[in-house]
Structures are given as C-alpha cells and as structure tokens.
Write a protein that binds this ligand. Structure first.
Ligand code: FES
Ligand code: FES
Length: 885
C-alpha cells in the first residue's frame, strides 16, 4: 500500500508491503542505519527507537502501513558529528557512550522524553527509557546523560562550559572518546551497517541435539527453494574446517557428529535473509542420538564415551600445592567447609554476532575481506585462513556492540568466510539472538569444594579446593581460563598453605571461553563466600577480617609469587565509612518481611598473562602529529582514549594530532586480544616505548619537526615492545610467578530480601578500586559501573540454559528496572611496572560483585545460597531449610 511519510524533515511516498516494519524501511531502503537491530525485531532491546509524531517507538515493531502522514525523526535527524544536537553532546560529555550500540536508541528516547518533560526526575527517566537496554554502562551514566541533556536544553549550562580543553592536560582528564560523537549521531558503522549490495544472506542449521551422530544431510529440497544460491556442508569446506584457538577441536561445520545444542551443521545462502531462513527449515539432517554427558562428573565416569576421539574428556589437570594444608587445617581454630557452584552464562553483548565477508579485487588477485566483531584480528585472521583454506585475506574490525570476552574466539566469521569462498560472492550473516547464543562461547560453570581455616587470632591458615570446570563441547581457551583461576586462587589474601586440584572437562554443554574475568570470578565467589562465613563463625567483623588477612609486600600468593605492592588494606579503609553507614541503614530499615543486609567481597586481579607481549608502532606525520599503529581493539572499554591521551601527553600534542590505526590486519602488528584487562598495561606500554625511541631519535639529530627528521635522513617510524617476564605455572605444583601487576578492589553490596517471595533487590553497590594512575576518570568509572551491573546479573538472575534461553527476556537482561545506585571510590597507587603507573580495570568489578551480593543476603536473612544465581526459588529454599533446622 502507499503511505506518505516525513522522515527527518523530508516528505516522501512509499509503497510498502503490509508486513514491512519501519526499522527495515529505514535501514534497508534509506540506509539510515543509526537505528540498530538487537533483538530479532521482538521489541525487547530498544536499540531501534525512533520518534514518531513526538513519541519514542520501537521501529522494529512499527508497521509502515500504519504510518500514513506520520512525522518520523531518527537519530540522524537530530544532529551530525559536525553539528550535534545538545542531547548527543550530553551523552558524549557524560561518558555514557561505551560500545555505542544502544546509544542512538537512547538518544531518540531522550529527545521524546525531554520534549514532553523538560526536567524529569530519575524515576521518570527510568520509566521513559525502560525499553532501552544497555549491557555496558549499568545505566548510571545514561541517566546522568539524560539529566545533563535536560540542563543543556533548559540553558542552565553548555557543552563548552563542560568540555575539557583538548590542548590542556591529557592524563587524569575525561576527554571525549575519539568515537563517542559518531556513535551518538548514529554514523559509526557496525558490521550490519555496511552497505553491501548483492551480498548473499546466510542462515545456518543448528543441532537440536546435545550429542548425536550425523547419518546424512539432505540439502536437495532447500537448494531448490526460491532465492537460494546454495547449501554448504562440512564436505564443501576446502581448509581444515577447524577453529584452532589452542586445540583444533571445533569444526566450522560439524562433520560426522554434533556435540552441543546449537552446533552448526550446514548453511544456506540466498538472495534475502528470509529466503535463507526458509530454506534452512527444509534441510533434513538424519541424526542418531548418542548418550549426553551433561556434567564433568558424568564425563569423568569410567564408562563415559569420549566426546572427541583425539582427546580425553579430561582436557587439563592443574594442581596447586603450597605448604601443608592438611596439617594446617587440622591445627586451625575454625574451619569452613562448603560446596559452591557457578552457572553457565552468556556474556550478552547487545549486537548479534554479525559478519560480512567479501572479495576485494578480481580473480586470483581477489583478497577476501572479513568484517566482524573480533578483539584479536591477527589471531582470528590466521584461524580463518587455516579453516577456509583461503590464504589472501584481511580482517577489519567494525565497531562492535559490546563483547565482555565473547569475541575472544571466532564465531560467525568462520561460516561467512567459508561460504564466501564456496560461492565466490559476498556473504553477510546476521544471526538471530538465539543463533548468536548458539555460536558463541559462554562463561564456564565451576563446581568447587572448599575448606578454609583460620587460627584463633583470625589469621587465615589454609585453603583446599577441588575444582571441576565444565569446558563444554570444545576447548577454545579453556586451559587459559582454568589456569587464570588457579593463578588468582588466593585472591587478596595471605594464605600460607594451599592444596588444590583443578580439572577441566569436556561435556556436551555449550562451550566456554573468555567471559569478563575469565575464571577468577568463579573461584573468587567460593573464596569470598567462605571468607565471610569464617569471619561470621569467629565473630570477627568481615571488613576487619579481610583487612587483617590482606597480603603485604614481601608475602606470597598461592602461586608462591612474592608480591611487591599490594594496596588492598588501604581499600578496606577507604570503604569503611560507606560500610558503617550501610550497616546502620540496614538495621534501621528492615521489617519483619523485607530485610536489609550488607555484604563485602574483595578481589585482586592479575593483568595480562604469562609470556604476554605487545608491539605498537608510532610514526611522526608531516604535520608533526603522530599516527599509532597496532591492533588494539576497542569494543567499548576505552582503549582508543587510552592510546590517544597517553600519546598526546608523551609527545606534547593536542589530541586531534594523534591518529589511531588499530582495526585492520593489513596496517597493524599483531598485538594480542582486548582481554585480561591488558591493553593499558601492554599496548599502552609498548606505545610509550615506541615514543621513547622516536623522541630519542629526534633529540639525536636535534629535530623538532617532521621536516627536520626528513632533512637529517632519520627514520620517522619506530616499533615499541613490552614483554611480560612471567611464565606459566609449574604443571605439577601450580607454583610460579603469575603476574607482574594487579588491580585491587573491595566491594560493598546493600540488598533487600523479601522473605515471602525470596526476591532480592540490590539497592546500592560501592566499589573501592586501585588500578594505579587514572588516565581517563569517566572510562574507569564506566567500566566499574558496567561490571557491577553485570556482576549483579550473575549473582541474582542470569543463566544460559541450552535450548531454553533464546532472547533477552528469557536471558533476564538487565534494564532500567533492575538498575541500582552505585558509588565508586578510586585510589591511585602508581604501579611499578604499569604504563605511567597505570594498569587495566575492565574486569575488576566482575570478580567481587557476586560474592558481595550473596554475603549481603546472608547478612539480611541469615541463610546462605551456594549456587549462582541466587534466584527467588533458591533463596526461599534456603530460608525453608533454615526453618526446618
Ligand atoms: S530491534 Fe527493536 S526493540 Fe530490539
Ligand atoms: S553502550 Fe550501551 S550496549 Fe554498549
């Protein structure tokens, strides 16, 4: 039918299919890609929000046919990076833009709100933006941005009054992130925003079985369906068909066996996504179900079938022995013994696992270009070359909608690249949320039996742990995750005797890999729960108990590594006033049915990993600015700011004269993943090494400009390096130097527990952190706030259940409704080996949040939950069990 619409001030007629939704008209026909698609058009994420006749609407559920005569404003209609709207300025200056995927929807929702209500309260902001999800920020800075936008629009202040001087100090100042404004204006290109006319659309067949043989695949009916260009199975893939991160166990497409629910079996490429999806339903796979190994215990049973013929079900064992734990426990004045379990979880970036693969050039000279969501482009390029058998390839990192560890491994790229090779055409793959969940790695579940002892003075004496890590069907980087857990096992504390056995086991569950923190959050949940239980058992204040047992310089971790700096006691002191205030308020505000509690947990998190290294180049440009070359992915943490501000400071340049080339394998050095909170420490460090060389070269020829260097015939480009001098743990004893530097935190949770329903509500989280010298205060606070929000999800709600978790509702995504108050206390102890004294902070708050929340639940109602998440049913069960006793 024909409708007349005004879009961003331009009136036009459209002949629309009755089913066409506004989002598809905007994105596919008008290339207005500011509105994003983050939930399969189910109306669950708000990333597609635009303004229709003055109201914020989710364009993915708004039919064009109903919009005759309507006035539509998208984020592009508000402002441009050169001439932004005050709301866009507010989001940038409030530090609310991290990955940026949710931001266009937030901006348009804010415009509709402020037009109707120029000075909204916090509750009114939360209500107006309740449909808009964000995984990065914990919503605090989003709310601040809306309030700031209101202040701008009311004329109470101006962007110029708040914007830091770009020529002023560079360190310790929240200069706008380099990409913040293009994200706020909706012109930053995420993978699905790249316009690729003629690209084939891909859809995949995924296994409904957790374990089965593939007897045959009949693709004939699918191949004959309208629009279908071809169907691809493992037999068609010309390379190894394996994603070889550390172990070549995960096929791009399954060959003769599926090993978890969601394993990809075949793909269809067609002219449209709808045609590809229809054809997928017509692919007939003949499965023969096999016994399902649903847990490490089942997989370790004597008669258990082997999940991979080439590898035993137990992938890795790592003991850790320090002192004599059995003797020390026997001699301890008090011992806590408990059994803890953490869940399988999804990292849940808002953007689907999208990829575009296309050929640049013709014939034999064509280079396959993969545009995607990688945080380690060189490693992933090598994996894709091996898997597809296509050598001439480059990887381009698009802007990505969050990652939190999920992008450590290849997912959609393997399928899209192999299909592009098979069919010789550009291929785009925009998986659904459920497919994105099928394709991507998860947070490993840990099962942990623990004993923790203390002497009569409340000094920790010994720790024993039996750890079983469910690796799922494939290894990816499971070895690294488990070893990192063992490396950080004793947390912030001096525990003289340790006896641990950790085992990593294949099962038929979804496979695990990195997930913000990657191992340490799981073991720290057990340790910090037990520390709290032991303090309570000994009637010692939990904060005092933690402070008393802190490591001190000269003492050693469970790895035997002697630490040189350990500002954990200072953090205990810093959080004490908040702790005492919270405890008082909890006592004063509890009722018979709704009880308040306060919980603490600490954490000390190692930066980088064994044998880590980084190489970043710097080049002096003809205008006497510099360009930084290095593959340093920034999926939202703020690595771009870190590089730009450090370089500007070291070179004495304005920010605009520092350019970054970080997203393309053809122009950068391999530089490791954006993981392990490592880029400030490693890549910032190697960049400063390059700058040191450049400055020495300039001084050596008395040059102050590019022209001087050219005149003297001295090179203008220098490669810097930073190497971590620590190696791996001893495989027999778990002893060894594990990290050069740590970030530390103490967290305080304030909760309210409804004893009738088991519902737990987090009222406030406070994080006291020390990550060394702060480069960009808003980025540090933003990482901590986002981590606290994610940690509360891990503590109370989130769990990935294969086959059941399929969208953001079943995942229980955090929203404005679940958002809570947050406070951040920052100490800045310069780190000896840090970059200008700094280390990273991206994962820190994921480590202590869950135990702090569960310790607060016990403080409130006197019962302990040992399994994450602490759902209302689990809390009620614990309360009922306590009544029986
Ligand atoms: S894409 Fe419209 S609400 Fe998610
Ligand atoms: S900034 Fe909101 S999802 Fe990343």
């Amino acid at each position: 039918m024909r409708v007349t619409l005004t879009i961003n001030g331009r009136r036009r007629q459209y002949v629309a299919d009755p089913g066409l939704v506004l989002l598809d008209l905007l994105r596919d026909e008008l290339h207005l890609t500011g509105a994003k698609q983050g939930c399969d058009r189910k109306g669950q994420c708000g990333a597609c929000t635009v303004i229709v006749d003055g109201k914020a609407v989710r364009s993915c559920v708004t039919k064009v046919a109903r919009l005759d005569g309507a006035d539509v404003i998208t984020v592009e209609g508000l402002g441009t990076p050169e001439n932004p709207h005050l709301i866009q300025e507010a989001f940038v200056l409030a530090g609310a833009v991290q990955c940026g995927f949710c931001i266009p929807g937030m901006v348009t929702a804010t415009k509709a709100l402020l037009d109707a209500n120029p000075d909204p309260s916090t509750d009114e902001v939360k209500r107006a933006l309740r449909h808009n999800l964000c995984r990065c920020t914990g919503y605090v800075k989003i709310i601040e941005a809306v309030k700031l936008a209101g202040a701008f629009l009311r004329g109470e202040t101006t962007p110029d009054a708040l914007r830091p001087d770009p020529n002023g100090p560079k360190i310790g100042v929240s200069h706008p992130r380099p990409s913040a404004m293009i994200k706020a204006c909706g012109v930053a290109e995420f993978t699905a925003d790249v316009v690729a006319p003629g690209a084939l659309e891909l859809a995949a067949v995924h296994s409904p079985h957790a374990h089965a043989l593939i007897r045959g695949i009949d693709t004939s009916a699918a191949a004959a369906m309208p629009g279908v260009v071809g169907v691809m199975t493992a037999a068609d893939i010309k390379g190894s068909n394996r994603h070889n991160y550390m172990v070549a166990d995960r096929p791009v497409l399954c060959e003769d066996r599926v090993r978890y629910i969601g394993d990809p079996v075949a793909v269809v490429v067609a002219a449209t996504r709808e045609q590809a999806l229809a054809a997928v339903a017509a692919v007939k796979v003949d499965y023969e179900p096999l016994p399902v190994l649903a847990s490490p215990d089942e997989a370790m049973a004597e008669d258990a079938p082997q999940i991979h013929e080439e590898w035993s079900n137990v992938c890795l064992t790592q003991p850790q022995v320090k002192g004599d734990a059995a003797k020390a426990l026997a001699e301890s004045a008090a011992v806590v013994e408990a059994h803890y379990h953490t869940q399988l979880n999804h990292q849940a970036p808002l953007e689907p696992e999208t990829c575009l693969a296309f050929f640049d050039g013709d014939g034999d000279q064509a280079q396959l270009v993969v545009v995607g969501r990688s945080i380690n482009i060189h490693k992933h390029l090598a994996m894709l070359q091996d898997a597809t058998g296509w050598e001439d390839m480059r990887y381009e990192e698009a802007f990505v909608g969050g990652q939190f560890g999920i992008k450590i491994d290849v997912t959609s790229e393997g399928l899209a690249a192999a299909a592009a090779v098979q069919f010789g055409r550009a291929v785009r793959y925009i998986p659904s949320i459920q497919e994105s969940m099928f394709l991507s790695p998860k947070r490993h579940p840990f099962d942990m039996k623990l004993k923790l002892g203390a002497d009569a003075d409340g000094n920790l004496t010994a720790l024993t742990m039996d750890i079983l890590v469910d690796n799922g069907a494939y290894n990816s980087m499971g070895n690294v995750v488990m070893n990192r857990a063992v490396m950080m096992l004793s947390g912030s504390y001096n525990i003289p005797n340790v006896d641990v056995m950790a085992r990593l086991v294949y099962t038929n569950n979804p496979w695990g890999a990195a997930a913000r923190g990657a191992g340490p959050p799981q073991v720290n949940f057990a340790l910090e729960s037990a520390v709290d239980q032991l303090a309570r058992k000994m009637a010692i204040d939990p904060l005092e108990f933690r402070r008393r047992n802190s490591l001190h310089p000269g003492q050693s971790k469970s790895t035997g590594q002697v630490v040189e700096e350990w500002p954990f006691p200072e953090l205990c002191d810093a959080v004490r006033p908040s702790y005492e205030r919270a405890a008082r308020e909890a006592r004063e505000n509890s009722s018979d049915s709704v009880k308040r509690g306060v919980g603490l947990a600490g954490g000390s998190f190692g930066i980088g990993g064994p044998n880590d290294q980084s190489m970043v180049a710097i080049e002096l440009d003809p205008d006497d600015g510099v360009t930084v070359y290095g593959a340093v992915a920034d999926p939202g943490e703020g690595n771009d700011s870190m590089l730009q501000q450090l370089a500007a400071d070291a070179m004495g340049l304005p920010l605009a004269k520092v350019r970054l080339v970080t997203r393309d394998t053809d122009h950068t050095t391999a530089n490791g993943p954006s993981a392990a909170s490592r880029h400030t420490y490693m890549s910032g460090g190697s960049m400063l090494d390059a700058i040191r060389q450049l400055k020495e070269a300039m001084a050596g020829c008395s040059a102050t400009t590019y022209a001087d260097m050219q005149g003297a015939g001295v090179p203008t480009r220098y490669m810097g390096t930073k190497k971590m001098v620590v190696g791996n743990l001893d495989p027999a004893t778990g002893q060894g130097p594990s990290f050069e530097s740590q970030v530390h935190a103490v967290q305080l949770a304030e909760v309210e527990v409804d004893t009738r329903t088991g519902d737990v509500r987090v009222l406030k989280m406070t994080c006291a952190v020390d990550a060394g010298r702060v480069i960009h205060p808003d980025n540090v606070v933003g990482q901590l706030q986002g981590g606290m929000d994610m940690g509360v999800g891990l503590a109370l709600r989130e769990e990935y259940i294969a086959g059941e978790t399929k969208d953001w509702v079943t995942f229980k995504y955090p929203s404005m409704r679940t958002a809570f108050d947050m406070d951040v206390i920052v100490l800045e102890t310069p780190r000896k080996y840090g970059t200008n004294g700094s280390v990273g902070v991206g994962e820190m708050t994921l480590v202590p949040t869950a135990p702090a929340v569960l310790n607060a639940i016990e403080d409130a109602v006197g019962v302990r939950v040992y399994d994450l998440p602490a759902t209302p049913d689990r809390v009620k069960e614990a309360l009922a069990a306590a009544v029986k006793h």
